[in-house]
Design a protein around this ligand. Structure first.
Ligand code: DHE
Length: 520
């Protein structure tokens, strides 16, 4: 308000032909005055998220202006409409979408400095509750940036805690199911002790991160970053840095990392690179044979940290592809991956053993391969994937890569789930007017057997089964949302628990056993 008065005062002076006493503050000054204390002087984030174009891709600038004016519910972001006028809000909204003059850096020292590891307030040697620790669900609630730990037998919450802003991707569990790691789009990695029910550490591994993967032995955690172009490997025990790969192809062309995955049978991490036609495989086996390093050219040593090793732990193998591939589905044996091509019209099958493309599958409508699931259909190994731009699922034969069937749905879907103990696969209709529907598909007939509408008008998305596959949990993606528990046989609702936009839920057992029906 004070600024508004001073502006009209300035306008008055101008009308009288006097020199202006005060000029409209520029964007940098506005940012420093109102935003820097929470979002950081260099916009890298602080209490609040980073405000850089790469981090804000998911927020329209008109929406950003609204958030500046009105604040963000259930967060510490206040509204500034009483301090700033519309022009100033628009100036700030546009400023945060402008790349900074100097590219932000996030190197070893920054990561080290951000690391904070603590012991649980009450250390335990057994779980501090009655529930089966291997049938817990971790529910990520992005509405108010919390996570809930749910007893998967009684479907009762047993803990709830605050997380960083905008978690993305599945949390990853140690093989014994004791610890879980979360990642935020701003690069924060949080370690949580599921026995003590306490946060035990945090580190910021990047500025704009994609996802994390844990090694087969649970000792290493890989963080895929868009900004900077790095793949960071942390020690799961204390979140300290083990290695930072500066990501670039053989010729030195730098690349963002789209995602990193654990390949358990191969004892490796596999990374999808956004900007160059290579797939990286990084050994997580201390005794990995020299084949990993055999493909690394020596001129790259100066460019990519840590490439001196050509065998053993973190040895790097590059698999060259005809074009950059994104969004991977792995067959259950982790011998092949299917990756989508840039145009979103087809997918390439890569044989990971021989290290080259072996088939192309015509898959128009932007397949969401990362949500793919596998099962056995008429004695054939198959997978199915939803499509982000078309209302259908495609079922593919994993023996010969042919399309067996296209299943029509009421709109494009995002997630798909099943469990070996159920004949059904559940898929959402994430986009469009039918986003409140959830289709249930019979894996034996490849037909839609039932369509649910758990909360009319609200997006129903993302399903996860409990340990024995007897129940399926559906999310209602709304600030005033819920998780809805269904009997997986009768397909009837059993219970509903209110939650704040529960974006995903993850069952400890299904994750640590790499169930064919769920994401990994
Ligand atoms: Fe995700 C997982 C990439 C947008 C919610 N998403 C993943 C994974 C990748 C990915 C590579 C697998 C990581 C893992 O679990 O380890 N997501 C992308 C994109 O490229 C895309 C399309 C664009 C982007 O902005 O990054 C994208 N994702 C979204 C969303 O808009 C969603 C719906 C809301 C959100 O929170 O951002 C979303 N993605 C999720 C969720 C998972 C996920 C809930 C974990 C699924 C699981 O069950 O494992």
């Amino acid at each position: 308000m004070r600024q508004r008065l001073s502006k009209s005062f300035v306008a008055g002076l101008l009308a009288l032909g006097a020199a202006p006493a005060l000029a409209q503050p520029d964007a940098g000054t506005l940012y420093k005055t109102h935003c820097a204390s929470c979002h950081g002087e260099t916009r890298l984030g602080g209490i609040g998220p980073a405000l850089l174009p790469g981090n804000l891709r998911r927020l329209k600038s008109t929406r950003a202006a609204k958030v500046i004016a009105k604040g963000r519910a259930a967060t510490q972001m206040p509204g500034f409409a009483d301090k700033l006028d519309d022009d100033e809000i628009a100036t700030l909204a546009s400023f945060i979408y402008t790349p900074p003059a100097a590219a932000p850096k996030w190197d070893t020292a920054d990561i080290d400095e951000s690391r904070d590891v603590t012991a649980p307030p009450v250390p335990v040697s057994v779980p501090a509750y009655e529930a089966d620790p291997l049938n817990l669900f971790v529910v990520v609630e992005t509405g108010d940036h919390h996570a809930t730990i749910l007893d998967g037998d009684r479907f009762e919450p047993i803990a709830r805690f605050g997380t960083r802003f905008a978690l993305h991707g599945g949390p990853k569990f140690t093989p014994d199911g004791r610890y879980v790691f979360f990642m935020s789009r701003d690069g924060w990695v949080m370690k949580y002790d599921l026995w003590a029910l306490a946060v035990v550490g945090e580190v910021r591994a990047g500025i704009n991160s994609r996802n994390i993967a844990i090694s087969k032995d649970g000792l290493h955690l890989a963080v895929a970053n868009y900004l900077p172009h790095t793949l960071v490997i942390l020690k799961t025990e204390d979140l300290s840095i083990e290695k930072i790969f500066k990501v670039a192809d053989r010729k030195g062309v730098s690349s963002r990392v789209s995602a990193v995955y654990q390949a358990p049978q191969r004892n490796s991490f596999i990374a999808a690179l956004k900007d160059v036609p290579e797939i990286w495989e990084i050994a997580t086996d201390p005794n990995a044979p020299p084949v990993f390093g055999g493909l690394v050219h020596s001129h790259e040593k100066g460019m990519v940290e840590g490439l001196a090793t050509s065998s053993g732990l973190f040895a790097l193998r590059r698999i060259e592809t005809a074009e950059p591939l994104d969004d991977f589905f792995f067959d259950p044996a982790y011998r092949h991956l299917i990756g989508s091509t840039r145009g979103g019209q087809s997918a390439i099958v890569v044989n990971l053993n021989v290290g080259r493309d072996i088939a192309r599958i015509d898959l128009p409508g932007l397949p969401h391969l990362g949500s793919g699931i596998a099962w056995t259909y008429k004695d054939r190994p198959v997978m199915a994937t939803p499509h982000l731009k078309e209302g259908r699922l495609t079922v593919i034969d994993l023996a010969d890569w042919s399309v067996i069937k296209t299943i029509e749905t009421k709109g494009p879907g995002f997630f798909l789930r099943s469990h070996d103990n159920t004949p059904y696969a559940w898929t959402d209709v994430f986009f469009g007017p039918n986003r409140d529907l959830m289709h249930i598909i019979d894996k034996r007939t490849l037909e839609v057997t039932k369509t649910l509408k758990p909360a009319p008008g609200k997006t129903a998305a993302h399903v996860e089964f409990d340990r024995d596959g007897s129940h399926a949990i559906v999310s209602i993606w709304d600030m005033d949302g819920a998780i809805v528990i269904y009997d997986a046989k009768t397909l009837e609702e059993v219970k509903r628990i209110p939650m704040s936009k529960p974006s995903g839920k993850y069952n400890v057992w299904n994750k640590i056993t790499f169930s064919r029906g769920t994401s990994h």
